[in-house]
Design a protein around this ligand. Structure first.
Ligand code: PEP
Length: 248
């Protein structure tokens, strides 16, 4: 099964208006057709970036409300994101789980809302350092994925993306080795395959956690790593382009 690699940039709460134009200009003419690329800026910059991005580069958001439009002050609905031209939305990023107390159940609701609005959810799963040291990595990441399966069936991962992001690797300069990451990716795909083999075979599984231009290629060469979710390095156009090139 060949899966088109996807490299998605997560700007987190960084950047100003000018960054959208700067990065969009740098991406224009610099990307291979063999890799899909997406950028997820903060909400206020979605429109500016969406207007500036070259054709074919996807726009995404970093979070979404678990409710439809209505009385939810401060929130942004999946329909609004679709209306602004988003194709992707990240759900369950470890910073949302850690700083805003997002549970597996809430993340699953967001995932399903995104799908209902026609967006492609990028579900983040990953273990903390403490969970890793306790030998709980497999149980944690499988549980995070299975909460969605239990809520909506394995078919919910049709046209969805899963991102394995070990929490201890995010923004730390530490990365899982390609072999460690591959083992977790194979476990996740294999677990989903038990109930939906075709969906599992097609699902893109991204690795995230301090991916840079100089460590991306061996990670992306693993059979179950279909690209990356890139934080800090997506704010630097040259670095991000080099990572995209490493994927295809
Ligand atoms: C992320 O924010 O999803 C991420 C992987 O960050 P970084 O690449 O900076 O570790």
């Amino acid at each position: 099964m060949t899966r088109t690699p996807l490299v998605a940039g997560n700007w987190k709460m960084n950047g100003r208006r000018g960054l959208a134009g700067e990065i969009a200009a740098a991406l224009t003419g610099s990307l291979s057709e063999n890799v899909e690329v997406a950028l997820c800026p903060p909400y206020p910059y979605l429109v500016a970036l969406g207007d500036a991005l070259p054709a074919g580069v996807g726009l995404g958001a970093q979070d979404v409300c678990d409710h439809q439009d209505g009385a939810f002050t401060g929130e942004v609905s999946a329909e609004m994101l679709a209306d602004l031209g988003c194709r992707y939305v990240i759900v369950g990023h470890s910073e949302r789980r850690e700083y805003y107390g997002e549970s597996d159940d809430l993340v699953a609701s967001k995932f399903l809302r995104a799908r209902e609005a026609g967006l492609v959810p990028i579900l983040c799963v990953g273990e903390t350092l403490r969970q890793r040291e306790a030998g709980d990595t497999e149980q944690v990441v499988v549980q995070q994925m299975m909460t969605v399966v239990e809520a909506a069936g394995a078919g919910a991962f049709e046209n969805a993306v899963l991102a394995y992001e070990p929490v201890w690797a995010i923004g730390t300069g530490l990365t899982a080795s390609p072999e460690e990451a591959q083992a977790v990716h194979a476990l996740l795909r294999g677990t989903l395959a038990k109930s939906a083999p075709e969906v599992a075979a097609k699902m893109r599984l991204l690795y995230g956690g301090s991916v840079k231009a100089d460590n991306a290629a061996p990670l992306f060469a693993q059979p179950d790593i279909d690209g990356g979710l890139i934080g800090g390095a997506s704010l630097k156009a040259d670095e991000f382009i080099a990572i995209c090139r490493a994927a295809g």
